[in-house]
Design a protein around this ligand. Structure first.
Ligand code: EPU
Length: 337
C-alpha cells in the first residue's frame, strides 16, 4: 500500500487546487484496504475522504484527515447468456477506459457515457449521467467494504438511485468504500440517440454503431466542456434544478424559450446552464474563478484560484438565479471544507 504524509493533492483534483492531505493512502487489494481500516489510523486522524480521480471535488483548503484512493483495477466477466454480459470492475478502473473496453467488445449500454472523467467507484456513487443514459440503468450490484472491514453487496434497488444521487452520497456517506461494481451490458445494443443533436451527428456517418455513438458524444463534450488539464474545472458545477410545472409555466411567460425536461408528475427539470447563461454570467470572472464561456454550467479555475474563490463565485451565481427566477440551484460538486 502506498502511504504518504502531508501529500499534495494537485494531481488528484481536476480543479487543480494545490492543497495537501495530512495522510494519503492508495491500496491495491481488498486485504490491504481491510488492514488499513482495522489499523486505527482513520480514527486517529479524525476524518477521512475517499476520492476517485477528483473530478467532482472542490477543496476549500488543506485536508487535515486521511484521503484514500483505490488502485483496484481488475475486470472480469462474471455472467453471460445469449443477450447480456455481466462484468465486475474494480473501483479504481478509469471510467472511460471501461467504456472503451465495452465498445471494443461490442457491448452496449455505456457508450453514451463516453469521455466522462472519473473512475468506476465514483460512477456508482454519483449515478453519472449524460445524453439520456444514467449509469444506474446498467448497474447490477455494488460491492463495498464497511469501515470495520466487512464486505456488503448492494443490489441496484438498494442503492437509492436518483438524478445524480445515491445512498452512498446521503444516508451511508463515508460509511462504505466501494470496491467493485457489476454492470450488465447488452450484446445487441439498443441505441439511445434522442438527446439534443446526437442522432443527427451519429446518423451523418451512416448506420449507428457503438463506436460512432462514442465518437459523437466525445465530440459534443469536447466542443463545450473545458479540458481540465488546460483549465481546471469539475464538469457541471450545479445539478439541474427540478421545479413544479406551475412554477415553470409562470416563468415561461417571461422567458418563452426556457427549456425543460419532464421530471415526474407535475415536475420539470430546468437546465441550470440556461438559467446561468441567461442571467448574464457566461464568461464572467470573479477573481481567478470564472464561468466557462462555452457552457455556463461549468465553473473554471483561470489559474491559481483557491477553492474559496470558486465557492464565492458559486454563491453569487446562486443568489442571482434565486433573485431572477425564484429557483435554488445546488452544487453537484462536493465542497470539502
Ligand atoms: N444551455 C444554455 N447555455 C449554456 C449551457 C446550456 O442555454 O451555457 C442550454 C442548452 O442550449 C440546452 C440546455 O441548456 O438547451 C441543456 O444543456 P446541455 O445539453 O449542454 O446539458 P446540461 O443540462 O447543461 C447535463 C449534464 C451534463 C451532461 C449533459 C448531456 C447535469 C448537471 N449535467 O448538462 O453532465 O453531459 O446534460 O447529457 O445534469 C456533468 O455532470 O459533469 C456533466 C457535464
Amino acid at each position: 500500500m502506498k502511504r504518504y504524509d502531508n501529500y499534495s493533492l494537485s494531481a488528484h483534483n481536476t480543479f487543480g487546487m494545490d492543497v495537501r492531505a495530512a495522510l494519503f493512502v492508495e491500496y491495491e487489494t481488498e486485504d490491504e484496504l481491510r488492514r488499513f481500516l482495522q489499523s486505527g489510523d482513520l480514527a486517529r486522524h479524525g476524518r477521512h475522504l475517499h476520492i476517485g480521480s477528483g473530478s467532482n471535488l472542490l477543496f476549500a483548503g488543506d485536508y487535515d484527515g486521511v484521503v484514500m484512493h483505490s488502485a483496484l483495477r481488475d475486470l472480469e466477466v462474471v455472467a453471460e447468456d445469449d443477450s447480456h454480459i455481466e462484468v465486475r470492475v474494480g473501483a479504481g478502473y478509469v471510467w472511460d477506459d471501461f467504456v472503451a473496453y465495452c465498445v471494443a467488445h461490442g457491448w452496449g449500454g455505456v457508450e453514451n457515457l463516453s469521455a466522462i472523467p472519473g473512475e468506476v467507484g465514483a460512477s456508482a456513487v454519483q449515478n453519472i449521467g449524460a445524453y439520456g443514459v444514467e449509469v444506474r440503468d446498467v448497474i447490477v450490484r455494488v460491492e463495498a467494504m464497511a469501515l470495520d472491514g466487512t464486505m456488503h453487496v448492494f443490489a441496484n434497488a438498494e442503492c437509492g438511485y436518483g438524478y445524480r444521487d445515491s445512498v452512498f452520497k446521503r444516508g451511508l456517506r463515508g460509511q462504505y468504500i466501494i470496491t467493485h461494481v457489476v454492470y450488465r451490458l447488452d450484446k445487441t445494443p439498443t441505441f439511445r440517440l434522442d438527446y439534443g443533436d446526437l442522432r443527427a451527428r451519429v446518423e451523418a456517418g451512416g448506420t449507428p454503431t457503438l463506436e460512432a455513438v462514442r465518437g459523437a458524444v466525445a465530440a459534443i463534450r469536447d466542443s463545450k466542456l473545458p479540458d481540465p488539464k488546460v483549465l481546471g474545472n469539475a464538469g457541471s458545477f450545479f445539478t439541474n434544478p427540478i421545479v413544479t410545472r406551475s412554477h415553470y409555466e409562470r416563468l415561461k411567460e417571461t422567458y418563452p424559450d426556457m427549456p425543460s425536461y419532464p421530471a415526474g408528475e407535475d415536475l420539470v427539470k430546468v437546465p441550470a446552464g440556461w438559467l446561468i447563461d441567461h442571467a448574464g454570467w457566461k464568461g464572467k470572472a470573479l477573481g481567478r474563478a470564472a464561468v466557462h464561456d462555452r457552457q455556463a454550467l461549468v465553473l473554471v479555475n483561470l489559474g491559481g484560484a483557491t477553492g474559496k474563490e470558486v465557492m464565492a463565485l458559486a454563491e453569487r451565481i446562486g443568489e442571482d438565479i434565486y433573485n431572477n427566477y425564484g429557483i435554488r440551484i445546488t452544487p453537484e460538486v462536493n465542497f470539502i471544507l
